[in-house]
Design a protein around this ligand. Structure first.
Ligand SMILES: *[C@@H]1O[C@H](CO)[C@@H](O)[C@H](O)[C@H]1NC(C)=O
Ligand SMILES: *[C@@H]1O[C@H](CO)[C@@H](O)[C@H](O)[C@H]1NC(C)=O
Ligand SMILES: *[C@@H]1O[C@H](CO)[C@@H](O)[C@H](O)[C@H]1NC(C)=O
Ligand SMILES: *[C@@H]1O[C@H](CO)[C@@H](O)[C@H](O)[C@H]1NC(C)=O
Ligand SMILES: *[C@@H]1O[C@H](CO)[C@@H](O)[C@H](O)[C@H]1NC(C)=O
Ligand SMILES: *[C@@H]1O[C@H](CO)[C@@H](O)[C@H](O)[C@H]1NC(C)=O
Ligand SMILES: *[C@@H]1O[C@H](CO)[C@@H](O)[C@H](O)[C@H]1NC(C)=O
Ligand SMILES: *[C@@H]1O[C@H](CO)[C@@H](O)[C@H](O)[C@H]1NC(C)=O
Length: 252
């Protein structure tokens, strides 16, 4: 009889454990979900591996370094295939070792031009600086590309708002991000660090980490706190169980 009384707090603790575990699992799934991209599974076409990280430099007209970028880039293009006579989707990595970078810098605008594949792909990033708020962002992307199987692609969008940073700091994001340029072109970025304004030498300024990375660091903290909570609950249930069973013996 006394033993049955002692079991109840235990089963309560176990139930709580299971419920909390399930809640934690769902919370984690939700926390992990936001980086929207589904790498390696969804693309019908060949899906290259993670792109290599390239280091790109733009010098100003007086020879000083005015833009630094270090990132892995993957283009996700929808285009008309001539040989297949239909619209296809292709995922292409930018290979740093066959990519030339150039560009220009002004007081409130800067550009980074990446030319690859014997000059058949021209990817240009445009950055703008708001001199009132001292904030910069990626404001435009232009892509022109031509391949034997492809009708020439030329897309641009000058009203983008990505990679937001503060003058004097670099923008950094370790997590993969998807920059949607137009419905037929998105760019997956990997391990981005970029500074288009306010460089004082050949090095990046202090990094401002993107929200995705901060969320990422939050997960271990949440997991740790939840686990500590669970341990506490089980311990309490155990102690209460022991106390009750002792109380039970005393009454007999
Ligand atoms: C490419 O874009 C399509 C949607 O336009 C998406 O379904 C697919 O997952 C993307 N592929 C990659 C590797 O990002
Ligand atoms: C930019 O300047 C650096 C030295 O500051 C030099 O090493 C590099 O070759 C220059 N790049 C270009 C494209 O002129
Ligand atoms: C070079 O030009 C940049 C602007 O493009 C300016 O901030 C910098 O002071 C110039 N450096 C020299 C040595 O003139
Ligand atoms: C391409 O497909 C369209 C229909 O989708 C067809 O009318 C056309 O004849 C095809 N062209 C070639 C060269 O196969
Ligand atoms: C560029 O690097 C890739 C691997 O990252 C390699 O397969 C390719 O041969 C390299 N190309 C040149 C021209 O070095
Ligand atoms: C790449 O595109 C930019 C923007 O249209 C243009 O100014 C530049 O000349 C192009 N570069 C090459 C090599 O085609
Ligand atoms: C620059 O920032 C200020 C303050 O945040 C804002 O009022 C202004 O509209 C911005 N200018 C541009 C061109 O975006
Ligand atoms: C350009 O980007 C903006 C912001 O992402 C988007 O609202 C707009 O539809 C895009 N323009 C085109 C032509 O896709």
């Amino acid at each position: 009889m006394t033993q049955i009384g002692a079991v109840q707090p235990w089963s309560l603790g176990l139930t709580l454990f299971v419920v909390l575990g399930a809640a934690l699992h769902q919370g984690l799934a939700a926390a992990v979900a936001p980086p929207t991209t589904a790498p390696a599974t969804a693309a019908p076409h060949k899906d290259p591996s993670r792109p290599e990280r390239g280091n790109y430099v733009v010098n100003s007209s007086n020879g000083t370094v005015c833009l630094l970028a270090s990132m892995g880039l993957q283009l996700n293009i929808t285009f008309s295939s001539l040989s297949q006579n239909k619209t296809v989707q292709d995922v292409v990595n930018i290979q740093p070792n066959v990519t030339k970078s150039s560009g220009s810098c002004d007081a409130d605008s800067a550009s980074l031009q990446l030319i690859t594949d014997a000059e058949k792909t021209n990817l240009t990033f445009y950055f703008s600086l708001n001199t009132t708020s001292n904030k910069y962002h990626l404001s435009g992307v232009l892509l022109s590309a031509a391949r034997p199987d492809m009708k020439a692609v030329y897309v641009h969008n000058n009203s983008l708002d990505y990679l937001r940073g503060t003058l004097g700091y670099s923008y950094m994001c370790r997590e993969e991000q998807t920059l949607i340029v137009v419905p037929t072109l998105s760019i997956n970025t990997f391990q981005v660090q970029v500074q288009p304004f306010g460089l004082t030498g050949k090095q990046f300024g202090a990094a401002e980490e993107c929200q995705l990375d901060e969320d990422d660091m939050l997960i271990p903290i949440i997991v740790g706190a939840a686990l500590a909570g669970l341990v506490l609950i089980v311990l309490l249930a155990y102690l209460i169980g022991r106390k009750r069973s002792h109380a039970g013996y005393q009454t007999i």
